[in-house]
Each structure stands twice: as structure tokens, then as C-alpha cells.
Design a protein around this ligand. Structure first.
Ligand code: RNT
Ligand code: ZN
Length: 452
């Protein structure tokens, strides 16, 4: 427990005793099902989740360019208390991390550069513009990941960047890509852990194009130029992110799934699968083992699409559990970087990080607590009846007792205790950023209104 939550809850020591008791009972129960709880706990503690900085300020960044986010990205809601500066964003991330068990990473976008109020063109960004982030992350032993920002910019306003037909605009974005790889490599070197640098571009068309081939040829050429410089694998992992459609690119996305799968295989790059980027009935869980047969590494953008790529906060859905099961059952964790990608401004933004990350970790822990060898044996023997029966039985094993104990043992609040901590932070920190703190419901309504 954090000292704050202990102070806010006088029952804490009795509740830690009951958590401990429940944990011991749960451990015995799992053990009789053939599951080693201690080994699962060791494994979950070693999985870093990359928290996306952009949940903290609605993907605004600090450029104050006056441009809309664009790129088909949409954040709805007007919950008060949004971070207005890098210092506020860092404070919010630090607070979020204090409510999440384990050691994690931070995923930055290039638009979060700190330029002392000067306008630095995106193709001129250097590691020095991320010095504060690097130092801050280093002090907290947080690994860093990075993304060039191909949106919220006048040179992206017509929906094309690396596949733009204008050579000058394309060149600008190629140079941005090159600059960002150098920044990512500097981050990886400083943190002592490779930085995943993920390229996502919005390029696409609202209506059916006549020429689907041309922009894809330009994109491949631009990417090859960006990746031409060889940088140490110990410092950077290059990733490319595919997408089926976007707002304003409903009919055609240049960087489609087939395009980037082919690109990643032929260039041996990591492929980024975003859970919201596929047809709504598709799940990325089934793609992991296929893609990893051919690409060296995967980056997951764990998200939750509701009807479309809406980037809702991740919760403990069947989809999320399938992703976690695939990673664990396939023994893929050391070849997959796990990041989050959602943005919700209709609820407390820090809560969104905490809910999403805790749910992802819960899903991974549930997967690590599966009696996988028993399930595999049923399947190998063709006993699909027992496989189905067992899969349903294990859903009610006492996972919650193990999760609570993991939280307690990691020094973060177990169960819903963190909500109280969040309220304190909202009162003591976030409310000072606004003249008034309205109710969440009012703000959600206002947010929806403003999004119309
Ligand atoms: C957009 C992609 C991309 C972005 C971030 C902000 O559809 O998912 O990953 O969400 O770069
Ligand atoms: Zn994404």
C-alpha cells in the first residue's frame, strides 16, 4: 500500500491480513490444479507495459502549433485537470505508476518535445529536446519507447505524409523519421534498454482511389530512406504500424495490413498490431503466432475498439484475455513489446491509464495462472470435451486473491483502494489546474457535445 492509501483506510492492516490469508488458500487451490503461483508472480513482475504518454493530455503534445490533432485521431470528453505541460504530465504519469504493480515503460510521441517555447521543426528535433524526459525516466528506471508524429501539423493537413506526391513534403517527413530514429536510439542508449520506435502514418483516402499502387510505392521508398541508417539493435527496435481504415481514410489506407506485413518481413522490422485497427469482428490474438513466424518482433498497441477504432480504455474483455493467453501459451513474451494505445477524456485521464494497465496485467496474470500443460494434453489427445470443460472451470479459480496479493506485495493499492488515492490527487493537484471540478457526468456530456 502507498502511505497515502494506508492513511485513508484505517482497516488496512486487517485487510492485508485477509489478503494474505486468501492468497495462501488460493495458492493451495492453484497448486492442486498443477499451477505454480510463485513462478507466475515472478513472470508477471518481469513484463513491462509501455504506458502511452498521450492518454494524459488527449494527444495534444507541447508544440502549440494551433493545428488540430488530425490524422483521423479523435479524443472525446472534457474531463477537467488535463496536463498542460511536460512537468504536469510527468507528475501524472508518476502518480499513475504508483497505482500499478510492476516496473513499466513510457511511450513518448515526438510532439512531446520540450523546446523552451521555441518552434523547432519536426525534421530538426534532436535528443536534446527530450533531455528532461530521458533524465526523468532514467531516475525512475523506466525504459522509454518513441514515435515520430505524423499528424497535428500543417504538412499533414491534407492527409498524406510519407506517401505524399509532393517531393518536398515527403522529404520533410522522411527527415522527421530519420531524426526520430536518432532520438529513439539515444533514449535506448541512455536507459540501457532498446527503445521501440514505432512509425504510424495517417496516409489514406476518404473515397476510393484510382491509384492504390502509387502511394504504396512511395511509402516503401520513404521508409527505406528512413531506415537506411544503421543504428545499434541494443538501442533501437524499429516498428511499423498497420491499419485497415481511419476517420477520413475509410476507403483506402496506404499502410494497410498486407503492406506492412510484407514490409516488416522483407526488411525484418517489428510489426505493430493495434487491437483497434482491424475489422470489428477480428481479434489480434489469432494473428500473433502467424506474424511471429515471419517477423523478428511484434509491438502490440493494446486498445479497445467499440464499433470502430474508438480507442476506448482497455478493460478485462475476452479479447484482452485472448491476447494475453496467446502471449503466454505461445511463449512469445520475449519477442513482443506490449504497449497501450487509447485516449479517453471523458473520465479522469490518470484513472484511464490505471484501469487500462491494471486490466492488461490482470489478463496476463490470469494467463500465467492457467494449467497449460493439462489443457495441452487434452488437446493433444483430441479430448475437446475436457478441454472446453477445463477452460470454463478455470475461469472461476481464485485469481483475484493472487492479484490482490501481487498488488499488496508490490506496494500498490489492492482492489479498489486506489480510487480513494485518485480522488486525493484530483482534489490536491488536478483541481488546481482548473477553476472548478464539475461532475464526471457533466463533463462527459459536455465532451460529447463538443465532439459533435
Ligand atoms: C493511430 C495509431 C497510432 C496512434 C498514436 C497516437 O490509429 O493507433 O498508434 O494512436 O500514434
Ligand atoms: Zn496504435
Amino acid at each position: 500500500m502507498t502511505s497515502d492509501s494506508t492513511a485513508s483506510n484505517p482497516d488496512m492492516s486487517s485487510s492485508s491480513t485477509s489478503i494474505e490469508t486468501a492468497f495462501q488458500l488460493a495458492k493451495a487451490r492453484y497448486s492442486s490444479a498443477g499451477v505454480d503461483v510463485d513462478s507466475a508472480l515472478k513472470k508477471i513482475a518481469a513484463i513491462p507495459v509501455s504506458l502511452h504518454c498521450w492518454q494524459g493530455d488527449d494527444v495534444s503534445g507541447f508544440e502549440n502549433s494551433g493545428c488540430e490533432i488530425g490524422g483521423g485521431l479523435a479524443v472525446t470528453g472534457r474531463y477537467p485537470g488535463k496536463a498542460r505541460s511536460a512537468d504536469e504530465l510527468r507528475a501524472d504519469i508518476q502518480f499513475a505508476l504508483s497505482l500499478i504493480p510492476g516496473t513499466h515503460r513510457l511511450n513518448l510521441h515526438a510532439s512531446y518535445a520540450e523546446t523552451n517555447g521555441c518552434r523547432i521543426e519536426r525534421n530538426e528535433l534532436t535528443p536534446s529536446h527530450f533531455e528532461n524526459w530521458i533524465q526523468w525516466a532514467h531516475d525512475r528506471k523506466l525504459g522509454l519507447d518513441f514515435n515520430p508524429t505524423y499528424f497535428a501539423h500543417e504538412k499533414a493537413a491534407d492527409g498524406f505524409t510519407l506517401a505524399h506526391t509532393d517531393r518536398g513534403i515527403r522529404q520533410f517527413w522522411i527527415e522527421h523519421g530519420i531524426a526520430c530514429r536518432r532520438i529513439a536510439a539515444a533514449m535506448g542508449a541512455a536507459q540501457g534498454t532498446p527503445c521501440v520506435n514505432n512509425i504510424w502514418i495517417p496516409d489514406g483516402m476518404k473515397d476510393s482511389p484510382v491509384d492504390r499502387k502509387g502511394p504504396r510505392a512511395l511509402l516503401a521508398e520513404s521508409l527505406d530512406l528512413i531506415f537506411a541508417e544503421s543504428l545499434p539493435a541494443a538501442h533501437i527496435v524499429d516498428a511499423v504500424e498497420c491499419k485497415l481504415f481511419g476517420l477520413g481514410s475509410e476507403s483506402y489506407v496506404v499502410g494497410s495490413h498486407e503492406f506492412y506485413l510484407g514490409y516488416a518481413i522483407t526488411r525484418q522490422k517489428a510489426l505493430c498490431l493495434d487491437a483497434g485497427h482491424f475489422h470489428p469482428t477480428e481479434t489480434i490474438a489469432d494473428k500473433i503466432s502467424s506474424v511471429l513466424a515471419y517477423v523478428p518482433r511484434l509491438l502490440l498497441h493494446v486498445s479497445r475498439g467499440v464499433r470502430w477504432d474508438s480507442d476506448h480504455v482497455v478493460i478485462l474483455t475476452d479479447d484482452l484475455q485472448s491476447i494475453a493467453q496467446e502471449l503466454v501459451r505461445g511463449d512469445f513474451l520475449d519477442r513482443v513489446s506490449v504497449g497501450l494505445d487509447f485516449f479517453d477524456a471523458s473520465i479522469n485521464r490518470i484513472a484511464a491509464w490505471v484501469i487500462g494497465t491494471r486490466c492488461l496485467l490482470k489478463a496476463l496474470l490470469i494467463a500465467l495462472l492457467e494449467p497449460v500443460s493439462v489443457l495441452r494434453r487434452f488437446e493433444r489427445d483430441g479430448d475437446f470435451t475436457a478441454r472446453l470443460a477445463m477452460l470454463e472451470e478455470i475461469k472461476t479459480l481464485p485469481f483475484g486473491a493472487v492479484w490482490d496479493w501481487y498488488c499488496l506485495n508490490s506496494g500498490v493499492p489492492a482492489g479498489p483502494a486506489w480510487i480513494e488515492d485518485l480522488r486525493h490527487y484530483e482534489r490536491d493537484v488536478l483541481s488546481l489546474r482548473n477553476s472548478s471540478l464539475g461532475s464526471a457526468r457533466d463533463n462527459t456530456a459536455a465532451g460529447l457535445e463538443s465532439a459533435k
